[in-house]
Design a protein around this ligand. Sequence first.
Ligand SMILES: [Zn+2]
Length: 494
Amino acid sequence: MHQILVLQCEQEISSFNPVPTEYASFDIAVGSALIDANRQADTCVRGALDEFEARSDVTVVPVFGAKAPSGGLLRADAFRRIAGELLAALREHAKGADGLYFALHGAMGAEGELDPEGHLLEAARGILGPDVPIVTSLDLHGILTARMLRNMTATAVYHTYPHEDFIDTGARAARLLLHIIDTGARPVTARVKIPALVRGPELFTKSGCYGEIIRNAKRLEANGTLAAAMLIGNPFTDVPELCSQSLVITDGDADMAKREALAMAADFWQQRERMHAPLVSLGDAIEAARKAVAPVTFTDAADAPSSGASGDSNAILRGLLEHGYRGRAIMPIVDAPAVERAHAAGVGAVLQLAIGGSLDPARFPPLTMEVRVAMLGDGRWRHEVSGLLGDAGRTAVLEAGNTTLIAISRSVHLADRSVFLAHGRDPLDFDLIVIKSPGAYSRFFSFAGENFVVDVPGATTANLPLLGHEICARPMFPLDPDVVFEPAVEVCPG
Ligand SMILES: [Zn+2]
């Protein structure tokens, strides 16, 4: 019997969100609770478990899982505690292990440790020793660091954006790990770092040019390489090794891995300008929305909690009021103080409330307005996108004229329709729907006549030069002018 350990530590941060992530933001699952949490979910861990459990010669040992919604930089004490618990659990189960599957995101960041995944992998390698294969799964927004690369055997990376292949990626990672154990394959990884950060609709793998690059990676995987990927990093995770990178893993064939990684990187670099998001000014978007066939969507990717933003932006709300927009508009907003006031007053109450900016007042000065409390909620609903139960804290539906605000207490993923439907509001009944997610409109709001990706402030704006990166290597497209790409391929083990 092969004993396979399963670990998980997944979060994605925006360094530009002023609200730090706390330990309490993480769902911790120890032992069999890790299986229970993922059994019905659309997650990498579930995909891996399905593969392992299909094999009669594999014993799965669920060790420890930690998963949090995206947010600001993780507090130092919180990361120390998570790392301590995870590694203690690993030590307990390390004896006799034949392999480790480690589900990571890749875009974590903690105070004092800007490469948390590298820290965990290095420690895990230290505990398991050099011979136990460690295979990870990574989000394509992950930042694969040199330390991560040195301390893992291989990895499988998402092939879709917006992400739809969590289960598939976990399954690929599991098959890769089993292949290494079964055949004694010796993975060689080649990667090429590219000084470019990209964001926008051309990244949608079904329709954009990034999809062509990914399809090439999939062709490589279908034709003898162990894994291939094009990681774009999370442009909001300002850490030293932030970049885009191509990655090809072969069984011992370093030349092939190098050749393909270089070709993929050259292809990506050539298309960087095209992958740079076109944004519409809020004023222009509102004018266009007035004339468009309803409903239309405004994508507020700048305030996307799923990318690490605070979720408390009132920038579009302010714009609609200033421009005298008269259609029926609906939008979610993270605003715990407003929710508390609404709960205290009760359904039907009319209140003067300061809306927005409860977490990031410097970006979003609060907006005082009269609202009617239309509904109160407990903030627990199942996300369409993941099948996972979310906890947004208490909620309130607030109406101000033709505008409906769904105020929630905590930043949770708003990457599908569930926040609206859970409050009895069908987005189809509105003229203008604000979506706080970069890609949800293409997957869940395709009924809308038009989508506008608006240029508004936020910790995850696609207007990347506005953010003020201070840590990542420079020069970097599009933060700097005239960036030159001199391809250099790294091979691991080198
Ligand atoms: Zn991602």
